[in-house]
Design a protein around this ligand. Structure first.
Ligand code: SF4
Ligand code: SF4
Length: 340
């Protein structure tokens, strides 16, 4: 059969989650096959009984109704490729862009390093190569002529900031609000925000950052110009977002906060920080102790108007005034209910 390449460079027609592989592998061989996939990729393909994924090139309206496909529908690379009408990222003038989910985590060398022994060609072809997306895309890209490559159609950033219809009760609140406006108007360090994948990435980052500011402001322990919060408190109040899942991911938000004068540190409290799947735990196993603490210090400019204290007071007041709508209002910087 002809090879089917996904938007991000995976080989759909050889993917263990696809219906193509369920036709190729017999039911009795499935368990052993799926264990091998898990050994090299870290994930076990779902049961043989499921008919399998129809592939990410299938348009949304033709996808079967199954929760599995929510992941496909939300994928920013798939959305970007569809919007720009390119077969996959290799055909795009921005390739390789910072926002595609294509990665080079599944090269032969990287997987060999991870499992601690050299992988032979046959094993690589059978269980890994279909996910070596960046290498797959680079190969396609190098064979294309210039006239086959298309620039993405630009998209513009939208703002949902609500206009204020009154005055804050003091100057410190007003200056804190100005700082929040500055954060809301920034690109949050996203490169290529004018592409669908960049903009989608920005929206995810914005949702996480705004929830973190909400939790820090309302539930953080305040001491003068410093604020700290533990992993368990963060976890309890995280919804509707998922917390950064590893140190690298936290670093992203730490760097963004630093740009706005909030110097942040991740203090690890245990040597049992990670689950076997590679996610950060929020509590030390068999205890109630947090696994990490986020510590923040306002820079001298922010200290002048007691940023953390003002944030805490604004958010507390907002919460008492509008209850469950408070977080949604905060995200839009809609403080009208607490203005005079
Ligand atoms: S990660 Fe996105 S682009 Fe890649 S195969 Fe999955 S749905 Fe398609
Ligand atoms: S902008 Fe990025 S994600 Fe979108 S099609 Fe181009 S390379 Fe792919």
């Amino acid at each position: 059969m002809e090879q089917i390449i996904s938007r991000c460079g995976n080989v759909c027609s050889e993917c263990p989650w696809s219906r193509y592989m369920r036709k190729k592998i017999n039911k009795e061989d499935w368990e052993e096959y799926s264990e091998q996939v898990k050994k090299y990729t870290g994930y076990k393909p779902i049961k043989y009984e499921w008919e399998g994924c129809v592939g990410c090139l299938t348009p949304n309206e033709e996808l079967p109704k199954h929760p599995f496909y929510n992941f496909l529908k939300k994928c920013r690379t798939r959305k970007c490729g569809t919007y720009n009408e390119v077969k996959n990222c290799a055909y795009c003038g921005r390739f390789p862009c910072a926002n595609t989910v294509a990665s080079n985590n599944f090269t032969k060398e990287k997987v060999s390093d991870k499992i601690g022994s050299e992988i032979d060609d046959k094993t690589f072809e059978s269980y890994i190569k279909m996910f070596d997306s960046m290498t797959n895309l680079k190969k396609i890209h190098s064979d294309l002529h210039d006239d086959q490559i298309k620039n993405p159609k630009p998209v513009s950033k939208k703002t949902d900031i609500v206009e204020l219809k009154g005055e804050f009760k003091n100057e410190n609140y007003h200056k804190t609000y100005k700082k929040l406006i500055e954060i809301a108007n920034s690109n949050l360090s996203i490169k290529g925000i004018d592409t669908v994948s960049g903009y989608e990435n920005y929206l995810i980052r914005k949702d996480i950052l705004w929830r973190l500011l909400w939790i820090f402001g309302l539930y953080g322990k305040l001491s003068k110009n410093e604020l700290s919060i533990d992993s368990a408190t963060l976890y309890e109040n995280r919804k509707p977002i998922s917390l950064p899942s590893n140190e690298e991911h936290w670093k992203l938000y730490i760097n963004i906060l630093a740009e706005f004068g909030i110097n942040t540190k991740l203090e690890i409290k245990t040597d049992k920080l990670y689950t076997p799947g590679g996610y950060m735990r929020v509590k030390v196993p068999q205890t109630n102790k947090p696994t990490y603490i986020i510590e923040m210090k306002a820079n001298p400019k922010l200290q002048k108007y007691q940023f953390f204290k003002a944030l805490n007071e604004i958010l507390s007041e907002l919460k008492s005034k509008v209850g469950k709508r408070a977080f949604t209002n905060f995200k839009k910087l809609n403080f009208n209910s607490i203005l005079s």
